[in-house]
Write a protein that binds this ligand. Structure first.
Ligand code: PGA
Length: 249
């Protein structure tokens, strides 16, 4: 199975910088045909990037960072899943920054997932402990909380999502979770999914991934991918991460 490396550019870059980085990311995808490379640029740049890229390798995908929980209507500033259709193939959902700064909750996350799937867009559901107090002690409460986000979704909807485990204390801190911790968390999640939904989905890790830790994270055979923030903003660094996080054999 192909592994994923996803770049979340957050609210960074100018249009010119974003187009240039997209070209760099396409070249990285062409070099690593066994890995699925996904980039999530800022929303206003998606169409320009798509048009500028020309022919793209089959393992390269574009994602949105955001989608509305509503299907359409009077929601100023929001973007509907059906408006993203044809532009992106993937979309981040439930990122801790959306939960923290936009009060996104379990119900809204479930609605976003449903709207995306109805348009054939793959949700990348982000989750992880919001409290720093659990730092470095993996707690099964994390999957219990995830169950709230997924409440009301059908099993076949859940199994079409990708899941990114991102402990809050590791995001943007320069301190990624240790490989042993990521291993334990990944195995727990896969077992929890199998028990509750009959299938283990694709599970990614995110939080201060860089070229120093990507190789060790890559050695965790249960881990299917990485969600990279800051280090995805530099083509050289992102390329090194993709090279180190090699496909499953
Ligand atoms: P980071 O961000 O790699 O900069 O820690 C990861 C994320 O927020 O998805």
């Amino acid at each position: 199975m192909s592994r994923f490396v996803i770049g979340n550019w957050k609210m960074n870059l100018t249009l010119a910088e974003a187009v240039s980085l997209a070209h760099g990311s396409v070249k990285i995808a062409a070099k690593h045909s066994g890995t699925s490379i996904v980039i999530a640029p800022p929303l206003p740049f998606l169409i320009s990037i798509r048009e500028a890229m020309g022919i793209i390798p089959p393992n390269f995908y574009l994602a949105s960072q955001v989608v509305s929980a509503q299907p359409e209507g009077a929601f100023t500033g929001d973007v509907a899943a059906k408006q993203l259709k044809g532009i992106v193939t993937h979309c981040l959902v439930g990122h801790s920054e959306r939960r923290r700064y936009h009060s996104e909750t379990g119900h809204s996350i479930g609605e976003q997932v449903k709207n995306l799937l109805a348009q054939g867009i793959v949700p990348i559901v982000c989750f992880g402990e919001m409290s720093q107090s659990t730092q470095k002690i993996f707690s099964s409460q994390i999957t219990t909380d995830l169950g709230q986000d997924l409440y009301g979704l059908k099993v076949e909807e859940i199994t079409r999502c990708l899941f990114a485990y991102e402990p809050l204390w590791a995001i943007g801190t320069g301190h990624a979770a240790a490989p042993g911790y990521v291993h334990k968390a990944t195995v727990h999640m896969k077992q929890w999914f199998e028990k509750n939904y009959g299938d283990a989905p694709i599970v990614l890790y995110g939080g201060s991934v860089n070229e120093q830790n990507a190789g060790l994270l890559g050695s965790i055979k249960e881990l299917d991918g990485l969600l990279v923030g800051g280090a995805s903003l530099h083509a050289k660094q992102f390329g090194e991460i993709c090279a180190l996080f090699t496909p499953h054999v």
